[in-house]
Each structure stands twice: as structure tokens, then as C-alpha cells.
Ligand binder design. Sequence first.
Ligand SMILES: Cc1cc2nc3c(=O)[nH]c(=O)nc-3n(C[C@H](O)[C@H](O)[C@H](O)COP(=O)(O)OP(=O)(O)OC[C@H]3O[C@@H](n4cnc5c(N)ncnc54)[C@H](O)[C@@H]3O)c2cc1C
Length: 435
Amino acid sequence: MLSAYPVDEVEYLVVGAGVSGLSFANWMREAATAAGHRIPEVLVLEADGEPGGYCKTVKQDGFVWDYSGHFFHFKHPEIEAWLRARMPDQTILTVDKRAFIRFEGRDIDFPFQKNIHQLPRADFIDCLVDLHFRSRGDGVPGSFKAMLYERFGRSIAEKFLIPYNEKLYACDLDLLDADAMGRFFPHADVDDIIRNMRSSDNRSYNSTFTYPTGGAIEYIRALLRDLPADTVAYRERLERVDLSRQVAITSRREIRFRRLVSSAPLNRLAAACGLSFDAGRFSWNKVLVFNLGFDAKGSPTPHWMYFPDRALCFYRVGWYDNIMGADRMSLYVEVGADADATFDVEAMRVRVLDDLHRAGIVDEQRLVSWHSVVLDPAYVHVNRAAQAEQSRLTPTLNAAGVYPVGRYGGWTYCSIEDNMVETRALARAFAPLLR
Ligand SMILES: Cc1cc2nc3c(=O)[nH]c(=O)nc-3n(C[C@H](O)[C@H](O)[C@H](O)COP(=O)(O)OP(=O)(O)OC[C@H]3O[C@@H](n4cnc5c(N)ncnc54)[C@H](O)[C@@H]3O)c2cc1C
């Protein structure tokens, strides 16, 4: 649906009707109201024909699929309550995570590093001995790969953490900073690992997660609920920005803005703004996601599973049916690839199905429905080179009234809640300027 917004001047121009852009539009209204100021004009440009960004949901042949599994774990109860108040018709499931690693035919509890005692005896001994005798650096490890060796020893690193993450990130892990995954990486020290051998405690940031039965898009619907109907201009792409005039050139018109808040990937925004920067410092992966619906149930146990085996094309598989309590197997399958990769989707689908058979996930079940999507970028490579460019570009952009936000604007690894927290802080910082 096209929305022709009759302006060529707006106070707050937002790029992207994903979680970040739509949250900002809401928070700006709330912050203005709380401060007793007028509600400012906000226009959201969305290149796509529908809202959601990566929080879209596909409903097909009775299956409910996201753009790969999107599950939620809120740390800010007020944010979760705010969203839930705007989705009164949704059943929101609360689920205790069941996640495994497929290692040489066995299913090991996640995280691997805390469950080495479940490995075949020889692998367990390798992991334990290498953990004990690992060489520890003094100071912050130089890369993600170095961190894995220094913290967990050679065998834990090489049997799972390195092959799995190389399949996911599609790069040498020396390219990533030690802290590239932030709080999303399940750290464990030797005491945790040894203690876990007797009494299991595999808690992590998402041990319990929530999921609306209508899919991730329900959070987007909640974010659209209080916004005026013409807030989003669909199929309108930001193409260039004239920073000196504070004018955005879109696929349809020129729009003068006071502030531009953009959830587009930072490197693409910087290029659109005509800034000179070292494009080679930004790298990322793509993820090809297959959503696959079958005519019968498979294993009733896992919610998702990690696959370090390089002979299998996917790095992770998730079971929507086990989360939703459905009676037909409904999988998401994620294949990581280099940013330059092109996919022969049909050939890859055949390979994925073959590999699912080889892994024993699909047996007699018949595929009855499927969908695929490429996420590009999916996981940005968080490292010092990109951060240095980011620290140089952001002040220049801010000085011209342009604010990159979100997972890709901020070139980071984060959750949808993080996107909401970040844009709330930005809106609150702007509110006093509305007088
Ligand atoms: C594989 C994967 C799994 C994930 N799982 C989870 C999970 O389980 N839980 C969780 O909380 N988070 C998860 N995330 C993270 C979550 O998807 C993101 O944090 C969130 O969707 C980012 O929202 P955003 O609005 O910042 O960006 P996006 O969702 O990328 O939205 C940006 C929007 O901007 C539009 N746009 C871009 N450029 C332009 C332009 N030039 N002009 C106009 N419009 C433009 C795009 O079309 C898009 O709609 C996952 C991410 C990935 C990749």
C-alpha cells in the first residue's frame, strides 16, 4: 500500500519501518508528551512494501514463520509491558529453551563449553586436558579466535566454537573482536564447567523466552498501533542525503529534515551522505534462511540445534512446531555465507533437505510448504577497524542532524529490545529541543 505523505519538509525523518525506526517514532511522541511539549512531525521512509524489516512473519499453508527464528527475552519489564499492552489479541507463549549441539551423532546440551562431560570419552578428555593446560594471555585477547583458545583451550575451541562460528560468520574468526558477540556469548570459567558436570545449570540470557503465536510481526503491529496512519511512506527509498542543506533525496522526492534517524546499515548511510570512508573496514555475512513445513511431526524435543560439522551446509536449525505445540514439523534452517556470495536457492534447498536427511532430522516426513529469504547484512563483523570508522563517521553525521540507530545503523550485535532501548534514549534526548 502506497502512502503519499504530502510534505517535502519534516521535523524528524526516519529511515526504516523496522523495530528501530518504528520504536523511535513512538518514543518521540511519548517523550514529547511526557515533557509537556507538542508532538513533532515524524515521517518514516520504508524501501519495502511492508513494515517489519527483519521482524517480518510469513503465514503460509497453516505455518507461521519468521525471517529465521526470532525469540524474545526482555530485560526491561516496562518495555515488554508497553508492547504487550498493544497486542491484546495475542497469546504470548513463555518457553523454557531446549537447545542442543549435534556433535558426531550425539545431541549435547547447549552451551558446549559447559557440557563437555556429555561428549564421547576421548573428546571429553581432550577438552578437559586442553582446558586445564590452555595458555592464558595477559590482557584482552587480540581476536574472537584468540579469546576462544585462551579461555577454553584448543579442543573446546576446535571441536565446536570455531567451526560453528566460522559457518555462521563466514569469516576467519581472527577478523572479529574478542567481545564481538557481547552478552550474547555464553561465557563460562573453569569452575562453571567443572560444577556443571555434577549439577547442570545451563542458564543463559535466553533460558526462557517469549513468542507471540502470530510471530515476530506482532511486535511491529504493536509499534504501528498508536502511530497516525500516514506515518510510514512505503516503497520510498532514501537514496542520497545532502548534509549541508539537510535534505534527503528519496526515490520519489526531496525532503528537508531537521533530524534524520536512520536504521539503514551504517556503511550504506555514509555512502548515501557522500562521506569518504574506508568501505573495506566494514564486513558482514549473509544468511540464507529456509522455512520448511512438513506433513508430519519430527523430533518433539529441540527448540533449536547448532551444527559445527562443516559437511552440513547449515549452522543452525530451529523447530517452530516444538515452540508452538504444533503437530507438523516446521523448521527454520540457517545457512551462513560471505557478503559477496550469490545463492542458487533451488540447488541450496535440495542440499538443505539432503543434509536434514543425513542428520536424521527429516525421515519419512514430506515437505509440503517452503519459503526462503536472504538476510543481507545478517551478522556484521564487529571489530576495531569498523569501530574506528564508526567513531569517525558518527560525529560528522550527528553534526548535520543525522543519527544512525539500530542493529545495522549501529553496526553491532543486539536484540530488538536493545533497539527499543537505544531509540528511547535518543527520543528522550531530543524532547527538550521541541519547545
Ligand atoms: C538471523 C537473525 C536472528 C535474530 N534473532 C533475534 C531474536 O531471536 N531475538 C531478537 O530480539 N533479535 C533477533 N535478531 C535481531 C533483530 O532482527 C534486529 O535487532 C532487529 O530486527 C533490527 O531492527 P532494525 O529496525 O534496526 O533493522 P531492520 O530490521 O534491518 O530494519 C531496517 C529497515 O530499514 C529499511 N531500509 C534500509 N535502507 C533503507 C533506505 N535506504 N530507504 C528506506 N528504507 C530503508 C529496510 O527495508 C528495513 O525495513 C536476529 C537477527 C538475525 C539476523
